[in-house]
Design a protein around this ligand. Structure first.
Ligand SMILES: [Zn+2]
Length: 173
């Protein structure tokens, strides 16, 4: 189910109303994130659940997922990484309120009354979740598998010398 996400949001108001937002954004709309990737294509799925907890803290529970293209640090070949963020943010107006926030929350500091760009908070969380050293989850393909067709043909022609021919040559000696 696709739903158009608002470009700008007032997180405090959403938390007061207990609203849920769900939809997707194109990866190119997040230039700081896409600049760190091999390919600037694809979509980010976004789920945001705004609410107020029992203590009255406005909060946002978010799940953001995006298959992104990174370079494997082990074999230097491209790989698709399923980037996924599950965050629980406590909404505060000024940095000094961070200490008052219950410890399950990451602080989301929203200064001033200007609306917030929805993509910016999603982008920040996704950048933080990027692996420091991306590696293929299982084994990397052996380097030989990536060599050019020409090289593969060469090794095939070498194999065409049958072991029997080699034996026959040895016997002649
Ligand atoms: Zn690899």
């Amino acid at each position: 189910m696709q739903q158009k996400l608002p470009i700008e949001i007032d997180p405090f108001r959403l938390a007061k109303s207990g609203l849920e937002l769900e939809g997707s954004l194109a990866l190119p709309s997040m230039p700081r994130l896409s600049g760190l990737l091999l390919e600037n294509t694809g979509e980010v799925s976004i789920k945001m659940n705004f609410d107020t907890d029992v203590l009255g803290t406005p909060m946002m529970q978010g799940v953001f997922t995006a298959p992104v293209s990174l370079m494997c640090e082990r074999c230097s070949m491209p790989m698709t990484y399923d980037l996924k963020v599950e965050c629980l943010l406590g909404l505060i107006k000024i940095e000094t309120q961070v200490e008052g926030l219950a410890e399950q929350y990451e602080p989301w500091i929203i200064e001033g009354d200007d609306p917030i760009r929805l993509s910016a908070v999603v982008e920040d969380e996704l950048i933080l979740a990027l692996p420091l050293i991306p590696k293929h989850a299982h084994a990397c393909l052996p380097k030989e598998a990536w060599s050019s067709g020409e090289e593969i043909e060469e090794s095939e022609s070498e194999e065409k010398v049958s072991p029997f021919a080699v034996l026959a040559a040895l016997k002649k000696d």
